[in-house]
Design a protein around this ligand. Structure first.
Ligand code: UD1
Length: 420
């Protein structure tokens, strides 16, 4: 199993490019099931989760052609199986995103019920009840969500009890081919939802209100092919910026979007970073200063993202002062804290809040990653440690960060991958 070896203490300096957004690419690949025509998806990130989604489409009989730049052409006219098997769903919960498109296009779908995961229970009840209100018959048996509909799904007025990103996406895709109008209230406003909506519009869907909490979809009879470029990954962007701030560095990230990172950039300014932005780049300079602690509360967009909670916690471990981090989206997302404490951090967990008292530097140790973003936070902890840190189980990182060690090396970090 691969591990990352990190010798900390280096301030990150230099420039990197940001990849396409994983959380946009996954629903967009699922959306290709909504048409028989070929959809070209560009700027796909080079990640395990993307490979898993392509494998899932492939095992349904969908044809995918990937070119050397990792643009992919998907044509679902050869589809044979309308199901997502447990073996794939258990490695990637986002497989649930094929439920809405399969049901809307083919009237039938079977998707293994995703289980709990390292960050909590994560049910999909809201996906199911929304599709039921559109006329779907859904039963959950033998570990599978078995869904069918007579004729087309019917547009419906849906109120989401909680803000759910993939739930909003599943319903938006299904509603694109439903009969009549659907309105999703309390919809997720995440930029990835907007990116999916824009791709669906490019495929001929009639959608408005994306980016607000009310999305209106007028169903159409058919969607067509298109060529669509996935937006940049805001979580990857934020992770490198936080790593640079934690190491008192100076970096420029290119091919990104500052306009969707407001909450993170404001926090980094409070940390003491000097931030400059252009249309598609962000430059962060700590002028060699130690970061100041910040307090953060995660919540759905546009608030501070839960997917950057672990990374900002890592920054606070070596910042001046005490900061509190409150997690409101997931019930159990502090697994990284215990590993950071093993590295000499001073973090106390109190319910859904952690209190971090900054120390001068951490001490490297062998640590284990439990989920994608926790892994990234342990890499940041390694970068601000004296001695060597070994991060184990890095397959989590490969699910969501493209070439993380190459990108960090190009910023001067002493990090390399070893295969045990
Ligand atoms: C997506 C992102 C993930 C991010 C999360 C929150 C993708 C592929 N993944 O995950 O990286 O951390 O949004 O920004 O885009 N919930 C229910 N019932 C449901 C659905 C959700 O109770 O049917 C709860 C969840 O347990 C959680 C909260 O709602 O507490 C938000 O989850 P949700 O937005 O659905 O997360 P995902 O879409 O799975």
């Amino acid at each position: 199993m691969d591990r990352l070896l990190i010798n900390g203490g280096v301030s990150l300096q230099g420039e990197i490019r940001i990849a396409g957004a994983k959380n946009s690419a996954l629903p967009i690949l699922a959306a290709t099931l909504l048409t028989y025509e070929t959809v070209q998806v560009r700027n796909l990130p080079h990640l395990f989760d993307i490979t898993t989604m392509l494998e899932l489409l492939g095992c349904m009989g969908v044809r995918t052609v990937v070119d050397e730049k990792l643009n992919v052409e998907v044509n679902s006219s050869s589809i044979e199986h309308l199901s997502a098997p447990y073996d794939l769903v258990k490695t990637m919960r986002a497989s649930i995103l094929v439920l809405g498109p399969l049901l809307a296009r083919y009237g039938k779908a079977e998707v293994a019920l995703p289980g709990g995961c390292a960050i909590g229970g994560r049910p999909v009840d809201l996906h199911i009840s929304a599709l039921q209100s559109m006329g779907a018959n859904i039963v959950v048996e033998e570990g599978y969500i078995k869904a069918s509909v007579e004729g087309r799904l019917k547009g419906a007025h849906i109120f989401m009890d909680l803000v759910t990103v993939t739930g909003t996406e599943n319903v938006m895709m299904a509603a694109s081919l439903a009969e009549g109008q659907s309105i999703i209230e309390n919809a997720a406003r995440e930029p990835e939802v907007v990116d999916l909506a824009n791709c669906l519009v490019a495929m001929g869907a009639d959608i408005s209100g994306q980016g607000t909490d009310t999305i209106v979809i007028n169903g159409v009879g058919e969607l067509h092919g298109c060529s669509y470029s996935v937006m940049p990954d805001r979580i990857e962007t934020g992770t490198y910026l936080i790593a640079a701030a934690a190491t008192r560095g100076h970096i420029k990230v290119k091919d990104t979007r500052p306009d969707i990172l407001d909450s993170v950039l404001r926090k980094l300014e409070q940390v003491g970073a000097d931030i400059k932005v252009g249309e598609n780049w962000i430059e962060l300079d700590m002028h060699g200063r130690r970061p100041r602690s910040v307090s953060v509360r995660t919540a759905p967009y546009p608030a501070f993202p839960t997917d950057m909670q672990a990374q900002i916690t890592a920054l606070n471990t070596v910042a001046k002062g005490t900061g509190s981090i409150t997690e409101t989206v997931f019930e159990n997302r502090f697994m990284h804290v215990h590993e950071m404490n093993r590295m000499g951090a001073t973090i106390k967990v109190e319910g859904n809040t952690v209190i971090v008292e900054g120390v001068n530097a951490l001490n490297g140790a062998p640590v284990m990653a439990t989920d994608l973003r926790a892994s990234a936070s342990l890499v940041i902890a390694g970068l601000v440690s004296e001695n060597q840190t070994i991060v184990d189980r890095i397959y989590h990182i490969d699910r969501g960060y493209e070439c993380i060690e190459e990108k960090l090396q190009s910023l001067g970090a002493k990090i390399h991958r070893v295969t045990a």
